[in-house]
Design a protein around this ligand. Structure first.
Ligand code: HEC
Length: 246
């Protein structure tokens, strides 16, 4: 009998001790669940990006931890990034901000098939006029201003400093624009691995491809068959395609 009471006491004590531990667990926000519910629609199911940029540690090197908290809580004005202060508690915002800097359980991959599937060809080579659609004194004296903060590019007439056009770029361009040898095309690389080909004469994006998940720079070969080359992380990818066909 005495033995039974001891067991009962132990069980009760164990039960009592277990209660706070369980409730603490229940109070810890599950960032993965929150992400899938609130963020995946724009930032991608595997955090690879979509309407919003990729949210993986290698892609967030320039974002400070406290900035991440304020972006999630207050949103980014004049962008599609919403403010979550009404929807999420301080703890949930903090849990999400910490989680996006944590590498995912499975290393995300971006294979050749993904690269090819991402290729968008809005204007095939040769389908647009060969003369500029705008007038300038010297076609060789144009320059581009990359606006890092709001993800736009402006094309300026180098003689008059007048703006010829301004267009939206991919999120966070990296490494500076690269020109085709004749100066007609310009290539931009973005932090999230997008390579964009822009036809200066026609003021139009002609093709895009996502060459990787995270990219530092691109180079354009001066050879006759001009190439796009992208080095990306986490997997080092070299992706070359003739500029004439893409
Ligand atoms: C409706 C689309 C949308 C939703 C939903 C959304 N975001 Fe965003 N988010 C964006 C866009 C677009 C940007 C880029 C804003 C800019 O141009 O600076 C962004 C930017 C961010 C950034 C800054 C990234 C950087 O490199 O500076 C973080 C962090 C972020 N979002 C986290 C979240 C989290 C966490 C959620 C869910 C709680 C979320 N976002 C939901 C669209 C969205």
């Amino acid at each position: 009998m005495r033995h039974a009471v001891t067991i009962l006491r132990t069980l009760l004590l164990g039960g009592l001790l277990a209660v706070p531990a369980l409730s603490a667990l229940a109070d810890t926000p599950d960032a993965n669940v929150l992400y899938n519910h609130h963020c995946a629609i724009c930032h991608g199911v595997s955090r690879l990006g979509g309407i919003g940029p990729a949210l993986l540690p290698d892609n967030l090197l320039r974002l400070k931890a406290d900035e991440a908290i304020s972006v999630i809580r207050d949103g980014r004005p004049a962008t599609q990034m919403p403010a979550y202060r009404e929807l999420l508690s301080e703890e949930e915002v903090a849990a999400l901000a910490e989680w996006i800097f944590t590498p995912p359980e499975h290393e995300p991959r971006w294979e050749e098939a993904d690269i090819l599937a991402s290729h968008e060809l809005s204007h095939p080579y040769g389908s647009l006029p060969d003369a500029p659609v705008f007038e300038v004194e010297d076609l060789k004296n144009l320059f581009l201003v990359v606006e890092i903060g709001d993800h736009h590019v402006s094309l300026l007439d180098g003689d008059t400093f007048e703006r010829i056009t301004r267009f939206p770029s991919r999120y966070a361009l990296h490494g500076g624009p690269k020109y085709s040898p004749d100066g007609r095309y310009v290539y931009f690389g973005s932090r999230d691995g997008w390579v964009t080909k822009y036809d200066i004469y026609n003021l139009a994006v002609t093709a895009e491809v996502r060459a990787g998940i995270n990219m530092r720079n691109i180079a354009v070969s001066p050879m006759a068959a001009t190439c796009w080359r992208a080095t990306t992380c986490p997997t080092a990818w070299c992706c070359s395609m003739p500029a004439t066909s893409s």
